[in-house]
Write a protein that binds this ligand. Structure first.
Ligand SMILES: Cc1ncc(COP(=O)(O)O)c(C=O)c1O
Length: 411
């Protein structure tokens, strides 16, 4: 028996808008299908091609692709020798992985405060955290929402204190930074840091399903990163220490031989992921242009409601590749909780999310280190909300989100 179609004009007129999502087009699907019809499902030619294209995109000498951004952060910590006995400064306003990945390599984490209006770690926050730590070995800075700020000063403070610098650039593929003399550089180029880490999770600028990468300019560090991704083993004959088993009589390497330098995990990305990544990377400029236009549309429509409802503070030194459209809402001033507001938005088919609950308050870290006084992180978190933002949205969607938001807030 066939049933009549259920008429739901309310839902049909208002498709659900998640806070973020991938944009997959027919040629992306074709690219993946080609890999599935071919020889390699794991490491094949698409891996190297993606690495070359990514390095070129961000102006880095080397890009090492891997399973996801978390693996990339771990690999970065390992490649820089940030293991047991070391201390790493991490801004509290970030995703768990910025702290947990290097911590799992043995480092202890010292959380830094952030600017309450942008969520970014400021130079003075880094200096304060180094002072509190007594001694630190590295900083993992975070380009929250796709913005960056104070990179030159952060670099100077880090270098003066002997810290290595890893930029967690998972939000910031395509972001540009302007130094104090006006010189532009791309995030990933590593002008003011040692390594940059990216994620290609579906809500990011480009999607690989799961995927991540580290960019590096030092070829030796790049080699360690590549080895770390692949069980900590090497097939490079010049690195072999066990010559008796590695080589034939005429010092030719045995064709089957590989050597374990230090134990590692399998954090390889495969050809299926990289074919999708390559196809998506070719669209990065278009996706970013769309995201920037959407951000302008949001900014204009929200302008009358500041300061109770406003976008996160902008950094003059940055041309962001917006990853999220994050606003700051003074919920108590509107007499409602964030949870009630998010539920009301969801009832209207609009998704939202909080980026992030400060990591220094997360159960594990609070139990391990106690809860430091980081008022900027607390204040940013109290007002944070990410509204729908992805490259296939249009200006009507933005208008709908702003209208619904202001209606619920009684504006
Ligand atoms: C700032 C930040 N760092 C690290 C990660 C981890 O990336 P992945 O999800 O690819 O492991 C994410 C992803 O959500 C992130 O937003």
């Amino acid at each position: 028996m066939s049933l009549p179609a259920l008429k739901r004009p309310h839902l049909a007129a208002k498709p659900f808008l998640p806070y973020g999502r991938q944009v997959i087009e027919e040629d992306d699907i074709q690219a993946v299908c080609e890999v599935l019809r071919g020889e390699y499902l794991t490491t094949g030619p698409a891996v190297g091609r993606f690495e070359t294209a990514l390095a070129k995109t961000v102006n880095a000498k080397h890009a090492i692709v891997c399973a996801n951004g978390t693996a990339a952060l771990y690999m970065a910590a390992r490649a820089l020798g940030l293991g047991p006995g070391t201390r790493i400064i991490v801004p509290s306003l970030t995703f768990l992985a910025t702290a947990s990945a290097p911590h799992l390599n043995g480092a202890e984490i010292v959380f830094a405060d952030v600017d309450p209006d942008s969520g970014l770690m400021r130079p003075q926050d880094l200096a304060e955290a180094i002072g509190r730590a007594g001694h630190a070995d590295a900083v993992f800075n975070v380009h929250l929402n796709g913005q960056c700020g104070g990179l030159e000063e952060i670099g100077q403070i880090a270098r003066a204190n002997g810290l290595k610098i890893v930029d967690d650039s998972c939000h910031a593929l395509g972001t540009a930074y302007f130094a104090n003399n006006g010189a532009p550089s791309l995030i990933g180029e590593n002008t003011f840091c040692d390594l940059s880490v990216f994620s290609f999770h579906p809500v990011k600028a480009i999607a690989m399903g799961e995927g991540g990468a580290v960019t590096a300019n030092d070829p030796d560090v790049a080699a360690v990163l590549a080895r770390t991704r692949n069980h900590g083993m090497t097939r490079n004959a010049v690195e072999f220490a066990n010559s008796q088993d590695a080589f034939e009589a005429e010092s030719r390497p045995n064709p089957w031989y590989y050597e374990l330098v230090e134990p590692g995990f399998n954090w390889r990305a495969n050809d299926i992921q990289c074919a999708l990544g390559l196809s998506q990377l070719a669209k990065l400029d278009r996706f970013l242009a769309r995201r920037r236009a959407l951000a302008v549309a949001y900014d204009e429509l929200l302008a009358p409601y500041a300061p109770r409802l406003k976008p996160v503070a902008r950094q003059e030194s940055c041309l962001p590749a917006w990853h999220l459209y994050a606003v700051q809402i003074d919920f108590p001033a509107f007499g409602l909780t964030r949870a009630a507001f998010m539920r009301a938005l969801a009832e209207e088919g609009i998704g939202s999310q909080v980026h992030y609950f400060p990591v220094h308050r997360q159960r594990y870290y609070a139990e391990r280190y106690g809860v430091a006084n980081l008022p900027g992180a607390d204040r940013y978190y109290a007002r944070a909300l990410s509204l729908p933002f992805f490259a296939s949205m249009n200006e009507d969607d933005v208008e709908r989100v702003v209208r619904t938001t202001t209606n619920i807030l009684g504006l």
